[in-house]
Ligand binder design. Structure first.
Ligand code: ATP
Length: 152
């Protein structure tokens, strides 16, 4: 029996489907969700969501948000989320450079602009890091044992 998974952000639907497992970066750490999981609500840290279905895994970056788990559905409301296969690397690099340059100029650390740029830097680093670690690993993974999945 699968569990439904929906990942949405303010501007779009990022993923919907019936899947076998969902791994989330929950407030208390990484959480694995299987069908018939007990209901819960959690905030999400910056990190990756791994959705596995029929031996195929898809990985999404998530820049915070909330997840609601019910026994038959996981609903993720992300502040921003992207499938790692769809991340525009040039765009993320440009965002990182823009933020690094701005922060290097020494703006007041408690100003709104500083906090916004710091958050933009974290999002760009998350996207670039996830592309490096996870891009191209989707698809049937019959040659990999499950224990290799979370290695650095
Ligand atoms: P940028 O400065 O490049 O817009 P950002 O971090 O400010 O980056 P967000 O506000 O987090 O962008 O996201 C706006 C929308 O653009 C969201 O739908 C997000 O998923 C998407 N997005 C942001 N950066 C990328 C990227 N590098 N590749 C693909 N989609 C992206």
């Amino acid at each position: 029996m699968p569990i439904r998974c929906e990942i949405v952000s303010q501007d779009r639907m990022i993923f919907e489907g019936d899947v076998d497992t969902v791994v989330l970066p929950g407030a208390e750490g990484e959480m694995g969700i299987l069908p018939r999981h007990a209901p819960l609500l959690t905030t999400l840290k910056f990190g990756v969501i791994k959705v596995r279905s029929k031996g195929k895994e898809e990985v999404f970056t998530v820049s915070g948000g909330v997840a609601e788990v019910q026994p038959d559905i996981v609903t993720i409301l992300a502040d921003a989320a992207e499938n790692v296969e769809e991340i525009d690397v040039a765009r993320a690099e440009a965002a990182r450079e823009r933020a690094e340059k701005y922060l290097a100029e020494g703006p007041p650390p408690d100003s709104d602009a500083y906090l916004k740029m710091e958050a933009a830097l974290r999002r760009s680093r998350l996207r670039l890091d996830a592309v490096r670690r996870y891009r191209g690993i989707g698809g049937p993974r019959t040659t990999l044992s499950p224990t290799t999945e979370d290695e650095e």
